[in-house]
Design a protein around this ligand. Structure first.
Ligand code: FAD
Length: 422
């Protein structure tokens, strides 16, 4: 019997989950409330033009196991290895300093990747499979996990989307059409504010905790190096600072980081207390001073006018941390990725852990038969393994903020460097 699998959310986790399901011969339908991010005009939710992420072995391994041999190769070809972190500061005489810390004694690296490019590659791979239907502009509004029915609002169609889903329509004039679909299994990959999670809570006794930390973030761009551009000593190959490091300007209760892009620019991010943001919003002319005081050298790399305008134009966003349990209901529902465990970004593992959810989930599904009972057992054993791991990595992510904004400057870090040199 073919399993009908509905994936809600076509972000990186939903796209990989759809791919794993499709490779098993299941009938796969993927729905996302937004337009297709591969359409030029689509701006990703919450982000400006692009966001660079650190893709680690956890995520790479999940892609490796998707039975798509060329996919990983294509994704890795568009990444930049970061072998360690580069700590920026200022010496006693006011001179700018850089101090590299290797991530791994064997020289292994994490990869800087553009989130949109990674997502697009996964969607392209999915679209090439005959048993997959991709549906954009569809918002999940309800789900009944016992009757195995779900309801979505359809808001116009994307350029790439065919209109042959045969779903039952109940449109009312002037409103988005509502469609009803059936399913054997829903994979809820719909992010931190997951609608699937909300509806599973009506069927399962889900413990749920969410918290915001008192830090906001804003994205900036360090452009590629022109001939006369300011560069740091580690700059090379047309980048204004080393392309093979994750750059950190630590600042006790705040920090500024930069991750390289294949286009030789850096996506950089300010993380600072909400109070700092409020002060700068009130007086944007003080942005340059704020950076010079806290993150010496950063203004030279971005430019004084650009740093002020980017602070004004780019969104100032919160950071949420979510823990819940269970992540599953019976044989018909499971939440993955940020829907199950949104975490603060300081361990660089949010997406990686979400991709790993997919690999672990399907290892449990493969170990059981494909009946309803088999699936219920697989989801229960997945939940048993995964919830504790999700909570742990969530805690590590919170703890690692201290390491990035303070610990990187500690004596231990200096000792680590001395040991490496020795
Ligand atoms: P999302 O990317 O949020 O995708 C969810 C999808 O569901 C969206 O496309 C949305 O439109 C859709 N959706 C939502 N609601 C509905 C609905 N009702 N119906 C239909 N569709 C719906 N992670 C890392 O691994 N490494 C990093 O270096 C890293 N850095 C980060 C830096 C910052 C500043 C931030 C904020 C996050 C960072 N992360 C990082 C975390 C990473 O971005 C997330 O963990 C990842 O994007 C989660 O993927 P996802 O597919 O689970 O959810």
């Amino acid at each position: 019997m073919t399993i009908k699998c509905v994936v809600i959310g076509a972000g990186p986790v939903g796209a990989l989950a759809g791919l794993y399901a499709a490779r098993r011969g299941w009938e796969v339908e993927i729905y996302d409330l937004r337009p297709d991010l591969r359409d030029e005009s689509t701006t990703p939710l919450n982000f400006t033009k692009s966001i660079n992420l650190a893709l680690s072995e956890r995520g790479v391994n999940a892609i490796r196991h998707s039975d798509s041999p060329k996919l990983l190769e294509a994704i890795l070809a568009e990444t930049i290895p970061m072998h360690g972190r580069m700590i920026h500061g200022q010496g006693k005489g006011g001179e700018l300093t850089e101090f590299a810390q290797q991530y791994d004694v064997h020289g292994r690296a994490i990869q800087a990747v553009d989130r949109g490019d990674l997502n697009a590659r996964l969607l392209d791979e999915l679209e090439s499979l005959p048993n997959v239907k991709l549906r954009f502009n569809h918002k999940l509004t309800g789900a009944d996990f016992r009757r195995r029915l779900a309801w979505l609002e359809r808001r116009g169609t994307s350029r790439r989307q065919s209109d042959d889903d045969g779903a039952r329509l109940s449109g009312r004039p002037g409103r988005p059409e509502e469609i009803e679909i059936d399913f054997d299994l829903i994979l809820g990959c719909d992010g931190a504010h997951s609608s699937v999670r909300f509806h599973i809570m009506k069927f399962a006794r889900v413990d749920f905790a969410q918290s915001y930390i008192d830090t906001l973030w804003c994205e900036f761009n360090i452009p590629p190096a022109a001939d006369d551009a300011s560069k740091t000593p580690s700059a090379k190959d047309g980048f204004r600072t080393s392309p093979n490091h994750l750059h950190i300007w630590p600042g006790s209760d705040k920090m500024f980081i930069a991750i390289p892009s294949v286009g030789k620019s850096f996506t950089s991010t300010l993380f600072a207390p909400a109070e700092d943001f409020a002060r700068l919003e009130k007086d944007p002319s003080s942005v340059e001073l704020f950076f010079n005081k806290n993150f010496p050298g950063a203004v030279d790399l971005i430019g004084p006018a650009a740093i002020q305008s980017q602070f004004k134009e780019n969104p100032h966003l919160p950071l949420i941390s979510i823990k819940c349990s269970p992540h599953v209901f019976d044989s018909s529902g499971v939440i993955l990725g940020d829907a199950a465990h949104a975490m603060v970004p300081f361990y660089g593992q949010g997406m990686n852990a979400g991709l790993e959810d997919v690999r672990v989930l399907f290892s449990h599904l493969d170990a059981h038969n494909s009946t309803k009972d088999g699936r219920a057992k697989a989801l229960a054993s997945y939940n048993h393994e995964r919830v504790a791991d999700a909570h742990t990595i969530n805690n590590f992510s919170l703890d690692n903020f201290w390491d990035m904004r303070v610990g990187v400057r500690s004596k231990t870090a200096l000792w680590r460097k001395k040991i490496e040199e020795f």
